[in-house]
Design a protein around this ligand. Structure first.
Ligand code: SF4
Length: 468
């Protein structure tokens, strides 16, 4: 089935029956969530929360002055010798990168992991123009070999088990059979090493740009980001306009949290800070550095007070790891590059709510995502606001509207609430319905109708007090 956010229900129905996916995603997300909690507790509970609020404040302060910071960052980067380009949308971003590649007669590109390049569909355009493009993050490399899309922001191959990756390597890159993960990784690294040394251009994303110094910052664990940004003669970074932070101090706060939230590490293994091309007397580094600042719908989010905080996202993936819906549905069910709770918010905002209408409902609103988020983004509130927007557009249909009105009436009058509970209890205990009738039937398509308690809490309370 085609990956499309409007197919969320159908895609997730397939995913929940996929045993390999369920095993792999449950194991990985539980592990990552446990590591995150441990890493935050290491700081101590009080200090961990203080650090989180400090990070949240840093991102909100950055958003508050975003237009000024972007201008400051552009000026500082240009002073550092970086060519800065602006891309209003995905097409303009792709064209910029294609033009750079043509200008430098690029035949081969190595890429480090970048959700922004996934967002603009860069690889397809480069391949169509006969430019070989090789993903060098191990997870991205695996899904590129298997012609798939990533299913997680940080761990793109989270839906695969070691055995399925072994089969891909044997089939696609002639790996001698082995079940040892370290041997498999070593074999893949050997293939990639040659690509780094022969590439004409490196393409990366970026985690932050520090406005006061014009520094592009990347955090990675595999070292491929550093190779991509320093070995080929040309480096292009594609980065969303929301990734600007004002000062080195803000960066120092945020960098402590991004790894803790993503993988439970105190810091990522590699932290690269790119301050421009190789200078006279330096022995390594690229001759040319370009930064493409991507809007692609972010300005619209920025001007909407209901959703602007979505731009504070660090893309750490913690909200995915803790989300029971993501754990069951897997990343591909969300139909676009950003899955999980943050995907359920930004996909409708970036692509149009009519193109992702099931996603705001892909949440139990349990609040676990907000609690896990290192910058305290209120995802449940935004999901509810998106639901409101959908209802106001009338996209949910008449039955939905009538049902919600009845539900609201029942919950705002004590008498109606009591009578409704009594009727539901009598009906469910007398008939033992597995499925609900009529227009309510959709609710039990994927669940069993609950059996209500014979007596409500109020009735039990009243009985106990009357005996006294
Ligand atoms: S919303 Fe928060 S938890 Fe989710 S990816 Fe963004 S920063 Fe991480």
């Amino acid at each position: 089935m085609k990956l499309n956010a409007n197919n969320f229900v159908q895609l997730s129905a397939v995913a929940v029956r996929d045993e390999v996916l369920q095993t792999a995603v449950t194991r990985a997300t539980n592990g990552a969530s446990g590591n995150r909690v441990r890493a935050m507790r290491e700081v101590s509970e009080a200090h961990g929360e203080a650090l989180r609020q400090q990070a949240a404040a840093a991102k909100r302060r950055a958003l508050h002055s975003l237009p000024d910071l972007l201008e400051q960052a552009e000026a500082r980067m240009q002073a550092n010798g970086i060519t800065v380009l602006w891309a209003l949308d995905a097409a303009e971003a792709r064209q910029h990168i294609l033009d750079i590649a043509r200008r430098h007669q690029v035949r081969r590109i190595v890429k480090s992991k970048s959700m922004a390049t996934e967002e603009i569909g860069l690889n397809d355009v480069l391949e169509t123009n006969n430019i070989e493009t090789i993903e060098t993050d191990l997870g991205e490399y695996i899904i590129q070999l298997n012609h798939e899309a990533p299913s997680h922001i940080v761990a793109p191959v989270i839906h695969k088990t070691k055995e399925s990756i072994r089969d891909i390597f044997i089939r696609e890159i002639d790996m001698p059979p082995t079940d040892d993960a370290a041997t498999m990784a070593r074999y893949a690294r050997g293939q990639l090493r040659e690509a780094f040394l022969t590439a004409d251009m490196g393409v990366s994303g970026g985690n932050f740009i520090i406005a006061e110094t014009g520094t592009l910052c990347l955090v990675t664990n595999e070292g491929n980001g550093r190779m991509v940004t320093s070995v080929p003669p040309v480096h292009v970074a594609l980065i969303g306009i929301e990734k600007i932070v004002p000062t080195v101090r803000d960066y120092a706060t945020l960098v402590q949290l991004i790894a803790r939230a993503a993988t439970g590490q105190k810091l990522s293994v590699y932290g690269s800070m790119v301050n421009g091309p190789r200078r006279a007397g330096e022995t390594d580094g690229p001759d040319h550095v370009y930064v493409v600042l991507l809007d692609n719908g972010r300005s619209n989010i920025y001007t909407n007070p209901d959703y602007v905080e979505a731009l504070a996202c660090l893309r750490c993936g913690a909200c995915l790891n803790t989300c029971p819906v993501y754990q069951a549905a897997g990343g591909h069910s969300y139909g676009w590059v950003y899955p999980g709770p943050i995907g359920a918010v930004v996909t409708p905002l970036l692509n149009g709510i009519e193109n992702a209408s099931p996603l705001p409902f892909a949440s139990s609103l349990c609040g676990s995502c907000k609690q896990a988020c290192p910058v305290d983004i209120d995802l449940p509130r935004m999901l509810l606001t998106l639901r409101r927007d959908l209802v106001q557009r009338g996209t949910q249909g008449r039955t939905w509207g009538v049902g919600m009105k009845l539900w609201a009436m029942g919950n705002s009058s004590p008498t109606a609430f009591r009578l409704g509970g009594k009727a539901a209890s009598l009906a469910s205990n007398a008939i033992h319905l597995q499925t609900l009738p009529g227009p309510l039937g959709g609710w039990t398509d994927h669940r069993t109708a609950p059996q209500f308690a014979p007596k409500s809490f109020r009735e039990i309370w009243a009985e106990k007090n009357s005996n006294r």
